[in-house]
Design a protein around this ligand. Structure first.
Ligand code: ZN
Length: 160
């Protein structure tokens, strides 16, 4: 069975930067499971999955613009510490989530004052060329419920 729109596909991956340094991997955990054709993955990765079958291994390279964007130089922003979510006892270098008009945004804490913090709003993977080594683990038709929800259920997928 090939990966086509409305399939649920599972895959293991190793994510490296362009110099070969490993950034992330699904080794030792459930494979990533997603509903194909619904924009669940980075677009360049999702289109590379199209037509692949179980057991197929391939590498896809995404330029920054197709991944998490270019590094912006105007990315420093001062925000109230109370708006930093996802942790506590903030220190420079920690990752936080802030809520913006565009939704949730992952930021890196640069400086922490008494009530305000300075954060870098560049995504931690902004400016990076991403290299995914992909190993397709499973392909199946989506259930009616998964199609209605627009995401995959089960291990590695969405949990309610
Ligand atoms: Zn659901």
């Amino acid at each position: 069975m090939q990966i086509t729109r409305d399939c649920v596909a599972s895959f293991h991956y190793v994510l490296k930067d362009e110099t070969g340094i490993e950034l992330e991997s699904s080794a030792g955990s459930d494979p990533m499971t997603y509903l194909h054709g619904h924009g669940s993955l980075l677009p360049g990765l999702e289109s590379a999955m199209e037509g692949k079958t179980v057991g197929e291994k391939f590498t896809v390279t995404l330029m920054p613009a197709d991944a998490f964007g270019e590094l912006r130089t105007d990315s420093e922003q001062r925000v109230p510490i109370s708006q930093l979510k996802g942790g506590r006892n903030w220190k420079p270098g920690m990752q936080a989530v802030i809520h913006t008009e565009q939704g949730h945004q992952q930021v890196t804490v640069l400086k922490v004052g008494h009530t305000m913090a300075t954060v870098d709003t560049n995504h931690p993977m902004a400016g990076k060329t991403l290299v995914f080594d992909v190993d397709v683990a499973e392909v199946r038709a989506a259930s009616v419920e998964e199609l209605a929800h627009g995401h995959a259920h089960g291990p590695g997928g969405h949990h309610h």
